[in-house]
Write a protein that binds this ligand. Structure first.
Ligand SMILES: Nc1ncnc2c1ncn2[C@@H]1O[C@H](COP(=O)(O)OP(=O)(O)O)[C@@H](O)[C@H]1O
Ligand SMILES: [Mg+2]
Length: 431
């Protein structure tokens, strides 16, 4: 006889007793191991491994995508009992099954079926991929690029903004020669979104001259957590700043990082694929998970937003500063990335930013490229020259280089980077 399926019950209202009796009756193959009064109790029981399936009221206070994610993380599958409420919202929370309230005759079957789900975390991936395609508003499936790099301000934000601007064709198409320099041809017109997910030093808003300090990303992350993030909400919080470039601004104070949990970011990024062709995420500099907190089911991770972006990305752009300290940092950063606590796609482009001979001697791009090849096995590096005057002028104007200093050397290099990114990650992106 197969072992009984253990069930955690967190059902509100008078129907709780009926549910417990139904699941505990002899011969059902199920037994209720814990009756939980609230979400905290349920999460603790799941973390202790007390049940394979959690049967919950969909309106249990505090039950959001993050909480369902924690139940999954603890190995529990989740069956929700919903008296009413939009099915789409409940789907987005990540339940394995949703029933019509506590009296639904399918209860036992649902619990037995869900118990057979091998890996509850896989449910999340399935419903995530369903999310983008599920929207009637569009079959588009854009790419996600994470721009990451070590501490020391190597130029992550600059790269993220300029890359997104180039991918969106800001500054127009250029062709032919101007002042003797061959300009990098722009790719097909596409739309892009730059997402400020740096939980340490968010600054995309001020870089683009947005004075409004409402953090768009926190707002959409909140909606994602509640299962209410649709395309209309996302586009409302992600205004167009230049051409076809949108921006989701970051948290205004670093202390607000718990507003950007990984479980919400993964939904935001999946939704963004349906909104724009290119989503470029400006990540924080660190990737380690706090080991001490991994066992605390309630603790959000400070680097959760960055980890979610790296995990979701089709391509990771690693930015390092082109000086002796910067190179050393990027070599270690690449090791950290290889050991990140989440799977990170293999596709990487390494950018050496602020390349200048005053820091590394004559032929600086070659010197940095050689060092990266020798110490980190980097086969190919994309160089961006040090271009203080252009960057400072753009910063002062609150505009992108593409708009403000289109013929600057740094802009040319970012346009070249965009061409490389299109080539590596753009296979599925519609023109
Ligand atoms: N190629 C470059 N040439 C000159 N200045 C640069 C270049 N790239 C970035 N900067 C400047 O360096 C500073 C830090 O860049 P930023 O992108 O904010 O770094 P991070 O996001 O990694 O902390 C900014 O003032 C920026 O204008
Ligand atoms: Mg930054």
């Amino acid at each position: 006889m197969p072992a009984e399926i253990t069930v955690l019950c967190a059902v509100s209202g008078p129907a709780e007793t009926d549910v417990v009796l139904a699941l505990g009756a002899p011969g059902t193959g199920t037994s209720v191991t814990r009756r939980c009064g609230d979400l905290t109790e349920l999460l603790a029981a799941a973390a202790a491994g007390a049940g394979q399936v959690a049967v919950v009221s969909a309106d249990l206070p505090g039950l959001d995508r993050e909480a369902v994610g924690r139940l999954h993380g603890a190995g529990a599958r989740v069956v929700a009992l919903a008296d009413d409420g939009p099915a789409e919202r409940l789907r987005a929370l990540g339940f394995e099954a949703v029933l019509d309230g506590p009296a639904d005759p399918r209860l036992l079957d649902a619990v037995r079926d869900t118990a057979r789900v091998d890996d509850p975390l896989a449910t999340r991936e399935n419903d995530l991929s369903a999310l983008a395609g599920h929207d009637p508003e569009g079959p588009r499936h854009g790419a996600v690029v994470a721009v990451w790099g070590p501490v020391g301000a190597p130029g992550r934000t600059t790269t993220a903004i300029e890359l997104a601007a180039e991918l969106a064709g800001v500054g127009g198409r250029r062709s032919g020669r101007r002042r003797g320099r061959r300009e990098t041809p722009a790719g097909p017109a596409a739309s892009a979104l730059v997402v400020d997910a740096d939980t340490y030093g968010s600054c995309v808003a001020s870089r683009l001259g947005l004075l409004d300090d409402a953090p768009g990303l926190a707002a959409v992350a909140r909606a994602a957590g509640h299962g209410t993030l649709d395309l209309a909400t996302l586009s409302r919080h992600a205004p167009v700043v230049e051409g076809r470039l949108r921006v989701l601004t970051g948290i205004t104070r670093a202390a607000r990082w718990p507003e950007l949990p990984a479980s919400a970011l993964e939904v935001v990024l999946e939704r963004a694929r349906a909104l724009v062709d290119w989503t470029v995420v400006d990540c924080g500099p660190l990737v380690e998970a706090d080991e001490l907190l991994m066992y605390d089911t309630h603790a959000p991770q400070r680097n959760g937003a960055t980890l979610a972006a790296l995990q979701a990305a089709d391509l990771v752009v690693v930015v390092g500063a082109a000086d002796p300290v910067g190179v050393q940092r990027v070599v270690r950063a690449l090791e950290d990335l290889a050991e990140a606590p989440v799977p990170v796609p293999a596709a990487r482009i390494v950018v050496a930013n602020r390349v200048r001979s005053s820091a590394v001697g004559p032929d600086p791009a070659r010197a940095v490229g050689d060092a990266l090849a020798r110490y980190a096995g980097v086969g190919e590096m994309h160089a961006v020259p040090d271009d203080g005057p252009a960057l400072d002028a753009a910063l002062l104007a609150g505009r992108t280089l593409a708009e403000h200093a289109p013929s600057s050397a740094a802009r040319q290099a970012f346009a070249g980077l965009a061409a490389l990114v299109r080539e590596r990650a753009g296979a599925d992106v519609p023109a």
